[in-house]
Design a protein around this ligand. Structure first.
Ligand SMILES: C[S@@+](CC[C@H](N)C(=O)[O-])C[C@H]1O[C@@H](n2cnc3c(N)ncnc32)[C@H](O)[C@@H]1O
Length: 281
């Protein structure tokens, strides 16, 4: 089965089936090692038991789906990205028989089951209409169900992005003003906005707490790997891909210089800042 880039999320479906999804799929191990500590916090806060039926929203290459299943839960991962779901399916083995994956859009998918946990690691900030998406997801939750997801706080609070970006920006043409709430990594960086969305979608007992955690960026053990990550894989990759060659080289040199002080034997370590969001029916 394949997915068409149609409906309200057409742009994001195309995006996650294009270079972005292919790059995540190719670099899955790297991405997973970097954000695993953040996913683990959300998993721990979800208090999973063997009785749980979990929906992993925007499950990508499936790392959190497998981690949740290892706690005994039955897990369904849903995602719009064929390349990423392809990796997830290829990673499933006989020990993960309580994991299945659905290629679909969480905003429009007609869920047939009642889940006790709606979970996500960075997979819910890409909806064109977040209230409609969370309302649809609420319909998939059983009466005692709970929601738990982790999303980024503003880029400026995330040193792993703001340090390289701050250095690169001096070499880049002025960037067009964009809507900070447009679908994308940082769409949920305003805590009050997230609370409004969940409230409007019908969720109760909404709790949003900060999580501050050091990350090893892109699994980098030397400066070249770090630069490779920023250029091709992380959220800055799109920005770099739009620069002409001389500008890109200058910007990358500036990034190299800016992140060098954060490199140690443990890799390139910089701070991250997230929201841990919980709610109930
Ligand atoms: C930043 S990635 C995170 C992937 C994964 N949760 C992880 O932590 O590795 C965001 C994921 O959300 C998925 N996604 C975006 N919009 C979606 C939608 N409307 N329905 C389902 N998945 C979506 C993307 O395809 C992508 O896999």
């Amino acid at each position: 089965m394949s997915i068409e880039a149609t409906g309200p999320n057409a742009d994001q479906i195309a995006f996650w089936n294009g270079d972005a999804g292919k790059s995540w799929a190719k670099n899955q191990a790297l991405m997973d090692s970097m954000i695993e500590p953040l996913g683990n916090i959300a998993i721990s806060e979800s208090v999973i038991s063997a009785a749980d039926q979990v929906l992993d929203i925007g499950c990508g290459c499936g790392a959190t789906s497998f981690a949740l299943a290892k706690l005994g839960a039955n897990v369904t991962g849903i995602d719009v990205s064929e390349p990423m779901l392809g990796i997830a399916r290829s990673r499933a083995d006989t020990t993960d028989h309580h994991v299945d994956f659905v290629l679909g859009d969480a905003l429009t998918h007609a869920f047939e089951r009642d889940y006790s946990v709606l979970f996500s690691r960075f997979g819910v900030m890409f909806f064109a209409d977040p209230v409609a998406a969370f309302r649809n997801l609420l319909g998939a939750m059983n009466e005692s169900g709970r929601l738990c997801f982790i999303c980024w706080r503003p880029a400026i609070e995330n040193a792993w992005i703001s340090v390289p970006m701050g250095a690169a920006i001096a070499h880049m043409p002025p960037m067009p003003q964009t809507d900070p709430r447009a679908p994308g990594e940082f769409a949920f960086s305003d805590k009050d906005y997230v609370a409004e969305i969940l409230d409007a979608a019908g969720y109760k007992e909404i709790e949003i707490d900060p999580v501050d955690q050091a990350l090893t960026v892109g699994g980098a053990s030397d400066i070249d790997q770090a630069i490779e990550f920023y250029e091709h894989i992380g959220p800055l990759a799109r920005v770099f891909s739009e620069l002409d060659e001389p500008t890109r080289m200058k910007a990358l040199d500036a990034v190299r210089e800016a992140v060098q002080p954060y490199l140690s034997d443990d890799g390139l370590t910089l701070g991250s800042a997230c929201w841990l969001v919980k709610a109930r029916l």
